[in-house]
Structures are given as structure tokens and as C-alpha cells.
Design a protein around this ligand. Structure first.
Ligand code: NAD
Ligand code: USQ
Length: 396
């Protein structure tokens, strides 16, 4: 299959590009490298050094003999995107290329707007470019479990059958996103559903949970193929952050009571889920949603797991409850359905002590690269009592 991977230089996109290439697909990465620019702007860096995209791709060819094409395209630049789509002539487009941090989108008005422009305009451009230049290509779009929020009923896969006043319909599942970033994903879903209904595009919206891990079989082949390992308070996600904190002897930063429960998956399952979606494409005009996660955990439960593994490695480890910078329920019902990918063949990789130990050990190896000032949360969801009108951040 010819696959255009938008955002292929990122955490999920890089691992997926290598995996698809290793499986014999013809991969083109389109990425404007803006994530590396955002890191520089905020003084952040991957804990594990990552090579430039050019260098990474050359290394992949050197190690495996396979080629990946690179197209430095910004999806918000419509002409450039159309050129990229025409050149790649894809059978499928996997769209990872967005601003994906909830805290980033809550820093201030400018970051919220930037996130919306990047994600919403980018997504709409992808739909128009497909409609104009590759109407039969299958769009596989990364959405998020956070679109649904934490309702007091089971979360279905994208749609729910509702009976109302004696009539019944299958309607999009209600959405209650928790940040301006998550809101962009809700908007994307609406846009994609519309484009499928009106233009007959075919699309799979992968509502992915929080991803953890760094290595896949392919990224582990050479240090120059290494994937990013974010631990900072903006882009670091909770399991990876806890593992870095444990490696440093820093107390694990549970926000609030820690009863907030989310869906999770190993990055090795992310790449497989994308492959499954590609192997079983949506039909023309079909918009379908797969909830892409394997397990659900409360944050406090994760902290306990990481503490237990750290202690077994001889590392002293404490858990601290810091004032929650976010506005989110800290004790709630949470039960999400994830049967679609399972029924198409996903064999989940459960979170194991071995995986946690691997992440802690990797962080320990690179501990001299950690900037401790980047660990405590600094982006507030609530308006500040004094100073700027909305969430504020002191950038080191
Ligand atoms: P990332 O920040 O590591 O990678 C995103 C990539 O997209 C970067 O390389 C960036 O340069 C590129 N990009 C951003 N805007 C672009 C634009 N306008 N044009 C071209 N390229 C652009 O993020 P990630 O963790 O790999 O996430 C990838 C996708 O998966 C995102 O859409 C995210 O919302 C979704 N997702 C991620 C997670 C997670 O835990 N990481 C969980 C659920 C969903
Ligand atoms: N949390 C802590 N301590 C920390 C960091 C986070 O308690 O040090 C808590 C948060 O309050 C939240 C939960 O852990 O309740 C998850 O936070 P996170 O930063 O790991 O993940 P989130 O902000 O939800 O975003 C991440 C990705 C995003 C993706 C989303 C999937 O950055 O791109 O969309 O996971 S989901 O959460 O299912 O929407």
C-alpha cells in the first residue's frame, strides 16, 4: 500500500512509519517539523536524543535497505499539501500531524488559537485535498478518547443508539472534551463524518487513549532510530512522566486525588492498530470510529504500579498529590468499549512491570539530560486570580 503518514516525525508517527515500512508498505512522511520548533520555543527536549528526520530516514535505509520518502509539508498550507498528496498518490493517509498537548492548548489565548488553527484548518485541508486529489484513499485519522470526557454511562465506539419519544436513531456519542486541544479533535470528527456523508470519502477515526512506552522493534534497531521520550509538564504523558520521575527519585506527581481514570495503550499496540485499520479499510462514504486503547487505569493506580517497580529496582520512590492544575473529575464512573480493533485481530500488550522497568531504566541512563524545572505542572486550566486573565506559564 502507498501510505502518506502526516506527522510521521512525531512520537506515534515515527514508530508507525517504521512499522509500516518494515511490513512492506511504501511510506511517505509529510511533516513540517513544527513539534521540534515548539520544543525549542518552550525549552523542552526529548529525554532520549532524537536524530533529525533526514538522518533518521537515512539510518532506516542503511539498516534495513528500505526507503521512506520525506516531504516537509505543513498541512495548513493547502497548495503544499495538495502537491504532497498528488506526488504520493496514496492508497491511504494516516493523519497524526497536529498539536497534541492539552496543557499547550491551555497556556493562554494565543496557544489555544494556535492549536485550533493548526489542527482544525489542517484537518479540513486534508479532507479537501483527498476530495480533490485522492477521493478513493482511506483516511485514518488520530482522534482521542478524551473527546468523550468521563460520562456516567459506558462510552461506545463513536455512536450510540438513542430512543427518544418513541423513535430511535444511531447518533454520534455525546462529547465532553477536557481542553481546547481535545475540543479540536471533536471538531475534526464532525468534519470527517460530514465529508464522508457528503463526498463519499472513506475514513476511520481512531479515538486513541494515552500512549506509553518508547521502543518498538524497529526504533530499537539503532540509536539514530530512537523515538522521543517526553517527560516535561507540557508534552509528557502520565506513565512516561512517572517512570522518569521514579528514575530521578522525584516524587510521582499525581494531580489531585488521582481517581481520574483514562484509557491507555502501549506504543507497540498503536502501530499495530493503525495497520489493522489500513488492512480493513472503511467503505466509500463510511465514517467509522475505533476506540484505540487496551486498558483503563486511574492515575493513582498507575503511580502505585510505578512505585512498586521502582522499589523493586532499588530506587526509593514516593507519591505526592499536587493541586490539580486541570479541571477534571477526580472520582467518577469510567467504562469504555474497545471491541472493534479486538475483533479485527488486535492482541493487546498489557502494561507489565517489565515495560515499566524498561522505561525507568532508560530514563536512568539519560538522567543527566533531565531539566528538573520541567517536571512540576505549570499550566493552569482555571483563570489566574491575579495577572493574565487565563492560564499562565512561566517558561524557564
Ligand atoms: P507529536 O507531537 O509527537 O507528533 C505530531 C507530529 O505532527 C510532529 O512531528 C509535528 O511536527 C507534526 N505536525 C504538527 N502540526 C503539523 C502541521 N501543521 N503540518 C505537518 N505536520 C505537523 O504527537 P504524537 O504523540 O505522535 O501524536 C500524534 C497524533 O496522535 C496526534 O494527532 C495526537 O492527538 C494523537 N494522539 C496521541 C496520543 C499520545 O498519547 N501521544 C494519544 C491519543 C491520540
Ligand atoms: N496526570 C497526573 N500527573 C501528571 C500528568 C498527568 O496526574 O504528572 C493526569 C492528568 O491530570 C490526566 C491524566 O493524568 O487526568 C492524563 O494526562 P496526560 O497528560 O497523560 O494525557 P492527556 O493530557 O489526556 O493527553 C494525552 C496526549 C493527547 C491524547 C490523550 C489521550 O497528550 O495527545 O489525545 O492523551 S486521552 O487522554 O484519552 O484523551
Amino acid at each position: 500500500m502507498k501510505v502518506l503518514v502526516i506527522g510521521g516525525d512525531g512520537y506515534c508517527g515515527w514508530a508507525t512509519s517504521l512499522y509500516l515500512s518494515s511490513r512492506g508498505h511504501d511510506v511517505t512522511i509529510a511533516d513540517n517539523l513544527v513539534r521540534r520548533a515548539w520544543d525549542r520555543e518552550h525549552g523542552l527536549d526529548s529525554l532520549v536524543p532524537i536524530a533529525s528526520l533526514r538522518r533518521r530516514i537515512d539510518e532506516w535505509t542503511r539498516v534495513t535497505g528500505r526507503t521512506i520518502r520525506m516531504d516537509e509539508t505543513d498541512v495548513t498550507d493547502y497548495d503544499a499539501l495538495c502537491r504532497a498528496v498528488r506526488t504520493a498518490a496514496p492508497d491511504a493517509v494516516v493523519h497524526f500531524g497536529q498539536q497534541r498537548s492539552a496543557p499547550f492548548s491551555m497556556i493562554d489565548r494565543e496557544h489555544a488559537v494556535r492549536t485550533h488553527l493548526n489542527n482544525t484548518v489542517g484537518n479540513m485541508n486534508v479532507l479537501w485535498a483527498l476530495q480533490e486529489h485522492a477521493p478513493h484513499a482511506h483516511l485514518v485519522k488520530l482522534g482521542t478518547m478524551g473527546e468523550y470526557g468521563t460520562p456516567n454511562i459506558d462510552v461506545e465506539e463513536g455512536f450510540i443508539t438513542i430512543e427518544h419519544n418513541g423513535r430511535s436513531d444511531r447518533l454520534p456519542f455525546p462529547k465532553q472534551p477536557g481542553s481546547f486541544y481535545h475540543l479540536t479533535k471533536v471538531s475534526d470528527s464532525d468534519q470527517i463524518f460530514f465529508a464522508c456523508r457528503v463526498w463519499g470519502l472513506r475514513a476511520t477515526d481512531l479515538n486513541q487513549g494515552v500512549v506509553y512506552g518508547t521502543h518498538t522493534e524497529q526504533t530499537a534497531l539503532s540509536p539514530a532510530l530512537a523515538n522521543r521520550y517526553d517527560y516535561d509538564h507540557i508534552f509528557g504523558t502520565v506513565i512516561n512522566r512517572f517512570c522518569v520521575q521514579a528514575a530521578l527519585g522525584h516524587p510521582l506527581t499525581v494531580y489531585g486525588r488521582g481517581g481520574q481514570t483514562r484509557s491507555f495503550l502501549d506504543i507497540r499496540d498503536t502501530v499495530r492498530c493503525v495497520e489493522i485499520a489500513l488492512e480493513h479499510p472503511a467503505q466509500e462514504g463510511e465514517y467509522r470510529v475505533f476506540n484505540q486503547f487496551t486498558e483503563m487505569f486511574a492515575v493513582e493506580q498507575l503511580a502505585e504500579r510505578v512505585r512498586h517497580v521502582a522499589q523493586s529496582l532499588g530506587l526509593p520512590c514516593e507519591i505526592t498529590h499536587v493541586a490539580n492544575p486541570r479541571v477534571e473529575r477526580e472520582s467518577h464512573y469510567y467504562n469504555c468499549v474497545n471491541t472493534n480493533l479486538r475483533s479485527l485481530g488486535l492482541e493487546p500488550t498489557p502494561l507489565s512491570d517489565e515495560t515499566i522497568a524498561g522505561l525507568i531504566t532508560l530514563a536512568h541512563e539519560h538522567r543527566e539530560r533531565v531539566d528538573l524545572r520541567l517536571i512540576p505542572p505549570r499550566v493552569e486550566w482555571r483563570p489566574a486570580a491575579e495577572g493574565p486573565a487565563h492560564g499562565t506559564i512561566a517558561v524557564a
